[in-house]
Design a protein around this ligand. Sequence first.
Ligand code: SF4
Ligand code: SF4
Length: 469
Amino acid sequence: MKSAQALDQDHFRDELSNVDKKGKRLWIHPKKPKGSFYNYRTWFSWFLMALMFIGPFLKLNDRPLLLLNVLERKFIIFGMVFWPQDLNLFALLMLSFILFIVLFTVLFGRVWCGWACPQTIFMEMLFRKVEYLIDGDSAQQKKLANQEWNTEKITKRVLKHTLFWILSFVIANTFLGYIIGIDELKLMVTDGPLAHIGKFISLSIFTTVFYFVFASLRELVCIFICPYGRLQGLMLDKNSMVVAYDFVRGEPRGKMKKGEESPKGDCIDCKLCVNVCPTGIDIRNGTQLECINCTACIDACDEVMVKIEKPKGLVRFASLNNITEGKKLKLNLRNGAYGVVLIALLSVFVYLLTTRKLVETTLLRTPGMLYQKTADGNISNLYTIEFVNKTFDELPITLQIIEPAGSEIKMVEGDNVVVHKESVGKVSFFLQMKPENIKKLNTPVRIQVLSNGKLIEEMKSKFNGPIFK
Ligand code: SF4
Ligand code: SF4
């Protein structure tokens, strides 16, 4: 959405707020935000960070509550183990999540970015706060950046970047905790890094990447790197609620002199909304890709409005239709369709999740082999069964032949088959038949897999053999 004035100022679309005319990056020093939205955001961020930092320590039945071990392709979500065999569930969950984000963005813009994205939370609530603490507010930061290297500047820079490094290290440990599990992480601490050199290298890489992101890249992640940010232009429409400047009320903008009853709009062009923006944009130019909906400009403008005794909300959460026609947020056909598809996907997901098998079996006749003749004159076929045990228990396995009658199973590696917990196992066996019982080239086979007398699965295959007439 664009203000009337912005229509004459479209040059802002040809420029980036954080790059000068020669293409050199301009460092953004946003003014420290304050206000009710910022307070809500702070509390919400602390809540999310607390969840994230204690997450690796939480266990259910002695298992991690959340483990995303991409290296071993093992995932535990709310105590349930997921394997590559559960890819369908994972794909559905991802699809539902993407659709949820799309639907959410269509309705409420990029609220996720400003309020829940780890990048923004860490940047604004940890690293930026450290920066304010050491370097001061925007003006002091600019002064420090432009001054000669002296003892004060060196001390502050060393202190700040040391703390940045420590924070990055803590975040990297937490992420690693979600990947390898907190027990493995503790082992690395107790045994020393040299005993777990691979994990230590991963930790060092994570730490360096996080440090680089928060000390240097910062808003560039939201503007250039994050695909979600770049896609938001496709999702927003005139009914989407976004952080917006009410140009109907605000324009024509102009400075307000003391005691002056201004005939102009409510915007006094103080630029406080620009000064607090962590991506350096002017929200009065309209909705822009760089806006992460952090609401800092709402707080800044509300404070100004209170001072000049005008109603709050010149910058507020609003849709274009809300500003131009006073229309409230309403659902349209597109939102409804997204919602229906989302509910359908989630229903399928819940159905698949509740009916998924905790032990999966696959029976294969050994490829490339026909049949063998045994010493006692029987015909045998070699089979392999692959088990995926997704439970936390050891499973003793027995096989029971249902069809063809008169056939017999001979396990290759003994009768005591146990599939270890949370693992994949294979067993091979011969199925033997008397030649006179073989009536077809491919005799149907049915085998039941039992554990502790309980049927796990019945599987089908074929028995290959010669026909004796
Ligand atoms: S324009 Fe406002 S809401 Fe958007 S990023 Fe800047 S300060 Fe945050
Ligand atoms: S803070 Fe409000 S009054 Fe000041 S420039 Fe921004 S929109 Fe105008």
